[in-house]
Structures are given as C-alpha cells and as structure tokens.
Ligand binder design. Structure first.
Ligand SMILES: [Zn+2]
Length: 358
C-alpha cells in the first residue's frame, strides 16, 4: 500500500486521510452527481492547491516522481488566483492521479459488533488517489468514530456511519451498524444463573438487559436498613453511595471508561453491561460520613465484621482477586440472605465457595 500521506493532520476526531491502493470494498456509493469531466473548474482549483503546497517547501520528490506534470503546473501558477484564471490550461496538464473524486466507498470489518468491540474501516475513492475524508456516526451512543480511523461499538442500537470527502461532502458513502450486547459463547447457560437460590453475576455470568428490579429489592433494602441502624447504634455511619444501576446506566458508565481508557482499560476497571451486580438490585457500595476514604475506616471494619449478620457478604474480598476478577472492594456488599454467614465464615469468595470458575 502506498504510504504517501502528505498532509497527515487529524483535524478532528474523525477527519482522516486515505492513501491510494486500498482494497476495494463491498459497499459502494453511487455518486450523487454525474461523473465530473476534466474541464470542471473545481478540478483545476484542487490541483492548484496541492501543487502550491508542495512548492512551498521545495519540490516534493514523491510528487515529481509520481506526477509527471506537476512541476510545470506549479511553476507556471504559484498563486491560486492565477490558477483559477488559467484553469482550462491546467486541466489539460493535470495528471490522472488528481482527477476529481467522483465516489467514496466505505466498508466496515463488522456491521453487527457487540458493545466494546473496535471495528476497522476501509475507505477508498474513485479514481484511486490520496484523499481526505471525515468519518461520522449519527448516534454516538451506539458507535463512536475514533481518531485513528476505527469505530467503537459503545451501546446497543442501530446507527449510520458516513464517510464524506472533506472538500466535498456530497461525495459520501454510508453503512448501517447494529450493535448488540456482549455475548458469551456459553450465553444460554451463563445468563440468569442461580446457585443455591443465589443469582450469580460476575465476569462470566450475566443478566440480560431487561433484568430490572427498578431499585434495590425489598429484602435487600430492609436488610440494609437494619444494618445501618445497628451500625449507627455503635456510632458508625454507613450509607449507600451507590446501589441499583440499570443496564442502560451501566452501558453509559462502561462507555465513559472505553472513551477514557480504551477497551482493555475499561474491561479491567468496569463491569460490562449485564455483568454488574448493581443491576441485580442486591448490591450496595457503602460510604461513611465519618471518613472520606472508606478502605481502612472504622465503617469498613464494622461492615467486614457484621454485614453477614444482615445477609450481606463482602463480595470482592482481599486476597481473592484471582477468583472474583476484581480488586478488593471493602465497600461493595452483596445481599445473599441466609447463606451469607456460612460463606463469610468459610473465608472464601462467592466464586470459590460455589466453585463457579470452572
Ligand atoms: Zn459496587
């Protein structure tokens, strides 16, 4: 592939330059206008711009090698106004490589990605040459266009991605992309999975987008109320900083992480939608008015010692990161019910207690 990218400046998140020689694609755009003939005035204008650019810093060797007529063109016409006046004569000298672009073609590696996936894009123009184009998504809640010319699937839904010539937006091509929730290869057996009457949600097991209790379950809510009252009686403040999160909220959080840290970074810091315990209405992130930083606080120690009495477990205990897939989170408690005490006393994580990682 030719790497002759003369003005490789990314003007915005998705303003890109393609070089000639790309693979042709499947999706092809029909030009909006009839094919331009070589005496179109716009043609000479464009040629002149390019020639002037290369002349500013001396002749580009690549240019003179590949464009046999560019020297005479630029030498004769240093100023763009002069170029316009002389457009007819310039046209006759224009090399084939700089013919007016009549069509742009956009193809994507995958038109039905899952959330979190990055999609490669192939854009070519007719006639084949270097060109600058802008890549846009009409719904950035579904797909975002990245600076490197790729796309990221960020939310469920369908959207249209368009590649348009930077200098002539009427020359464009579009593809539709439908993004679905992340699927597991063992999807059927890994969704809405219960062990011992306990709903399991972790990196492997998930709940579907429509699983929505609308808030903490009544059982969990009242158990937490008893817990906070008991703590308060001992002078410990504990409150819920974050509890129920819908699938849609988790999508938004996950997308923020993807934007900030990339897909891998997001996956290590944030549960994929459907894989967050907060969607169950059975998980609470605790905080305390007594101390700004929860880990190591009296409230954290109290929670660790007493939460099982109220049906909760510290869901991601220290030293069990490999089993849970999460760093130690002394603030995240999960309502289990009657089994909480046994699980806590075992010193195991939920994954180890029920052997969930096989
Ligand atoms: Zn949490």
């Amino acid at each position: 592939m030719k790497k002759n990218i003369k003005t490789a400046i990314l003007l915005c998140a998705a303003f890109l330059i393609i070089s000639s020689g790309c693979t042709p694609f499947v999706v092809r755009n029909t030009p909006d206008e009839p094919v331009e003939t070589s005496d179109d005035p716009r043609f000479s204008f464009e040629i002149d711009d390019k020639s002037s650019d290369s002349d500013e810093t001396g002749k580009s060797s690549e240019n003179s090698a590949s464009q046999s007529n560019s020297d005479s063109l630029s030498d004769n016409d240093k100023s763009s106004s002069k170029a316009k006046e002389n457009s007819d004569s310039l046209v006759s000298e224009a090399p084939p490589e700089n013919e007016e672009i009549t069509a742009i073609s956009l193809d994507v590696e995958k038109s039905d990605p899952q959330i979190g996936q990055t999609i490669k894009v192939i854009v070519t123009v007719t006639p084949d040459q270097d060109a600058e184009y802008i890549l846009r998504s009409d719904d950035e809640n579904v797909v975002t266009a990245n600076e490197d010319g790729t796309l990221t699937a960020v939310g469920e839904g369908t959207c249209t991605v368009t590649a348009a010539l930077k200098d002539n937006a009427s020359v464009s091509d579009a593809v539709q992309i439908t993004v679905s929730a992340p699927k597991n290869t063992d999807q059927e057996q890994n969704q809405d999975f219960y062990v011992d009457g306990i709903l399991i949600v972790n990196k492997k097991y998930f709940i579907t987008a429509d699983y929505n209790p609308g808030g903490l379950t009544l059982e969990c809510y009242s158990a937490f109320e008893r817990l906070t009252n008991a703590a308060a009686e001992e002078g410990i403040s504990i409150y819920a900083l974050s509890d129920f999160r819908s699938y849609e909220e988790q999508v938004a959080i996950y997308n923020d992480y993807v934007m900030q840290y990339g897909e891998d970074g997001a996956n290590s810091l944030c549960a994929l939608p459907g894989h967050s315990e907060h969607q169950t209405g059975l998980a609470i992130d605790c905080a305390s008015y007594d101390s700004g930083y929860f880990p190591g606080s009296p409230a954290a120690a109290w929670l660790d010692e007493h939460c099982a009495e109220y049906g909760f477990i510290i869901r991601y205990p220290a030293g069990h990161e490999a089993a849970t897939g999460y760093s130690y989170e002394p603030w995240h408690i999960r309502y289990i019910g009657a089994k909480a005490k046994q699980i806590t006393d075992s010193g195991l994580s939920l994954e180890e207690y029920y052997d969930l990682n096989d």
